[in-house]
Design a protein around this ligand. Sequence first.
Ligand SMILES: *Cc1c(COP(=O)(O)O)cnc(C)c1O
Length: 405
Amino acid sequence: MSVASYQLCVYLLVTYNSQLTTRKEMKFATKAIHAGQHPDPTTGAVMTPIYQTSTYWQKSPGDHQGYEYSRGTNPTRKALEDCIASLENAQFGLAFSSGMAATDTVLKLLRPGDEVITGNDLYGGSYRIFTKVFENYGIKFHFIDLNNPENIKQYLSDKTKLIWIETPTNPTMQIIDIAAVGAIAKNAGVLYVVDNTFASPYLQNPIDLGADIVMHSVTKYIAGHSDVVMGALVTNNEDLYKQLFFYYNACGGTPGPQDSFLALRGIKTLHLRMKAHCENGRQVATYLKSHPRIEKIYWPGFEDHPNHAIARKQMRDFGGMISIVLKNASLEDTFKVASSFQVFTLAESLGGVESLINHPATMTHGSIPKEVREKVGVVDNLIRISVGVEDIEDLLKDLEQALNS
Ligand SMILES: *Cc1c(COP(=O)(O)O)cnc(C)c1O
């Protein structure tokens, strides 16, 4: 092929793809595979290359191709950011070196004296950064029951600057009404952030329901293969994006190109994985519900879940996260069950292709004081399950043998 016809091909591919990626009506799977990604203009490489570079050539000072230094911008990371933003129906995305770095960046929008209203059942690391880091900078956090969003009103004052929610909550699978909290936040003129890690953009899109910012631990469902730690923020508000970008670049919690590439590769199958997580989740939950060794089960797909109607309204399916409370089990008995799985792996984290078992009281939620966590049901005999995408027969067999151990 001549150089000219090769260049024409690349040109056509690039224009075709940028038309594709800007089309609003694109559906989820198409966006997961294409959004933010164009064949590489110099080689035509279909997969976005790993741009392993810290810096970029400038023709004369300030005359560059949009990239100056990789703490601020990197093409591999940019492709991932645009893809995640697109899946959340938002315009702007920022990727971080962890979910906690993303959370840290949002909290830096606050000033001493500001107050935050948040839920009483939170990811342990979020609770820790709120109480052990940002309280030291004069910010006050109210941890409240958000099952009834009206509860927020009694904590609102002119000091309230942020409402931060997580839904489904971790680990007791409370479902918080995203739109109802959004209406209260909007009315009060307060910034509203939703941690959408547990649902993933496949199951719900908080921006469409009134959130100003969506936060993700990309480590979990989005990347999906337990091989990378990363976070993200997305927003539709350009001014807010600029403020967040300032802290992202100024403080530097940004990920490298290799990790960005891995997450970008993972995201292409998010829709396929989520379908399988939901289907296996449904079967595992149904099996466990009538199991004699189980006292209580938390999964939003059950009609007797207290907020099932809200889950039905705001989620496309119910996901693969399930928590169980073992009947008459001491901490020792619970450890014994947690340690006797053969297919499920006892480990922190969730959302990967492999099924995981976690003991929140001593693992993910170990940083929350016992009396605080027990109030919301994170008891010593609670086990959290992240149902993976293995064959369901093997998962059920493994549960049966472990519960009978
Ligand atoms: C894991 C997790 C985080 C933190 O993300 P990292 O990538 O581990 O830093 C925040 N929120 C939720 C709900 C999580 O599960």
